[in-house]
Design a protein around this ligand. Structure first.
Ligand code: B4P
Length: 190
């Protein structure tokens, strides 16, 4: 199986590049952000709880997102592989993902980290916020809080994969096709 972790701060291009990767490699896309927004749209209890945190730019509890990913892995037993987009976002989530995959005799092939500076992230998210309707993209203060959450809780996840020799960083600034080409070079080397 080909199991990719697409990593980076909010607005780095994870969701954007995932769409291209699905087409090229025929993988199942698992975006915890999209799954959570789906729960919000459906008005579930989980969605209502998650919305409060997401609107403030904070992470949702580990147990919630790990449970969602576990269900999706079970529901896609025949998949050729997965793109994990926006997950894992904490070291606890990374450890849980390893255990889930190990129980299915599988493993992460590699993590690809998109590197983008804070100013560019803020600009991209504010631009998206103009028409996305996403409250977490709507104001600079919330965006800065999301970047702080990333630096405090998510950035250490890179070290977890580095220790396993599964980490590759890529420049996330440039045109979308250029960045996609850099990603595919890494994926093709797995
Ligand atoms: P996500 O949905 O994962 O939100 P994101 O990080 O903002 O999206 P992404 O990074 O994929 O956007 P993209 O760069 O593609 O998470 C939202 C919230 O959900 C989190 O804050 C948290 O509360 C919660 N959550 C999700 N997963 C969680 C977890 N595992 N644990 C706990 N909580 C969790 O796109 C950004 C913009 O940049 C787009 O407009 C795009 O068009 C543009 N763009 C992309 N590439 C570009 C390029 N090369 N040049 C210029 N613009 C570009």
């Amino acid at each position: 199986m080909l199991n990719l972790v697409l990593f980076g701060p909010p607005g780095a291009g994870k969701g954007t590049q995932s769409q291209n990767l699905i087409e090229k490699y025929g993988l199942i896309h698992l975006s915890t952000g999209d799954l959570l927004r789906g729960e919000i749209t459906q008005g579930t209890t989980l969605g209502l709880e998650a919305k409060k945190l997401m609107d403030e730019g904070l992470l949702v509890p580990d147990a919630v997102v790990i449970g969602m990913i576990s269900n999706k892995l079970d529901a896609n037993k025949e998949a050729k592989g997965f793109i994990f987009d926006g997950f894992p976002r904490t070291v606890a989530q990374a450890e849980a993902l390893d255990s889930l995959l190990e129980s299915k005799s599988s493993a992460i092939s590699g993590m690809i980290a998109l590197q983008v500076n804070d100013e560019e992230l803020e600009q991209r998210l504010l631009l998206r916020g103009k028409d996305s309707g996403r409250p977490d993209d709507a104001n600079p203060e919330i965006i800065r809080k999301r970047i702080k959450e990333y630096n405090d809780k998510t950035a250490p996840v890179a070290g977890y994969y580095l220790e396993q020799n599964k980490f590759t960083a890529i420049n996330g600034i440039g045109s979308i096709p250029e960045i996609f080409e850099s990603i595919t070079k890494v994926v093709d080397s797995y």
